[in-house]
Design a protein around this ligand. Sequence first.
Ligand code: AKG
Ligand code: FE2
Length: 358
Amino acid sequence: MAPTLSEVYGDHPLHLQHIIPIDFNSFRSLPDSHVWSQTSDDGLFSSSSLPSSSLPVIDLMDPNASELIGQACESWGAFQLTGHDIPMKLIDEVDSEARRLFALPADRKMKALRSPGGAAGYGVARISPFFPKNMWHEGFTIMGCSKDHAKELWPHDYQRFCETMEEYEKQMKDLSHHLVRMILNYLNIFKDEQVKWIGSTMESTALQLNSYPCCPEPNRAMGLAPHTDTSLITLLHQTQMISGLQIHKDGVGWVPVHPVSGAFVVNVGDLLHILSNGRFPSVLHRVTVNQTRQRFSVAYFYSPPADFTVSPQLSPKPLSSSPGGGEQVARYRSVMVEEYSGMKAKYYQKALSLIKNN
Ligand SMILES: O=C(O)CCC(=O)C(=O)O
Ligand SMILES: [Fe+2]
């Protein structure tokens, strides 16, 4: 049987302190374990105020969508996508199921705790062990069927959750196929072995529900620390129009990504960065928290099958306009999706430099 990514974490089991979130409701002030900065209003979360610093919003129905998406991936490593045909009703149902889950008492959520070597279930962010302080965040990861965990959460009423998430994953996968085809087209990647896995049912996918509870001291806390996604692409929905996501743009700084109704934030992950030979940046992003409104987001990570080898594709002609583009030498060695995911789990942000060609 082909390998799946849910197994890569087995080699790097975590201590429980890196899995169990605190019971956020029981704190009236920020515990020291969650204090990231001593400063109040500036510093930690200051973002760019340049007028041009706003992530492109692209309508999938635009006749130039392919070109616009390619350009956004090249200059930003991300964009907001409207005009897709994912029904708003389904998106709302996913949001409300996520809320239902995170609203459960802490001891109930603990019943669906991620296992130390596992990928799926309830817990703190997977990147937590790489940071000295904890994040003001709790998550629930779905890889494949969520039935066993959902049964623990709602012994008599788990089906609604599972069915909603399954339907959403199905639709996210179709949309990802569409986007990845457009992106590979833009990169002039047509060779059969490079594209034949799209729609093969063996793709590596995961759904991540994120919750950022109201925080007593948001200016000293971190929702989700700066990271890049391992995926090829990520499709993120920010619910209830609550801001918090910021992306880092070279030369500009941290740029807030304010929610656009019904839109998905699509971002380039490490695997697409490697495949594009560095032409598309794997965008660094982080999440801030706020004092009055609990924020939720739903991230869908889409990657090729675990046994697919990602090889940097050289640009056919030099692209003078892009800093990383037009290179005729491979910046990275070829790497299997499964191997890279394992490296990311173990070495985190050093993983990319470990596969860099000198
Ligand atoms: O909550 C967000 O806006 C971002 C979440 C995220 O970056 C992730 O789940 O990888
Ligand atoms: Fe992310």
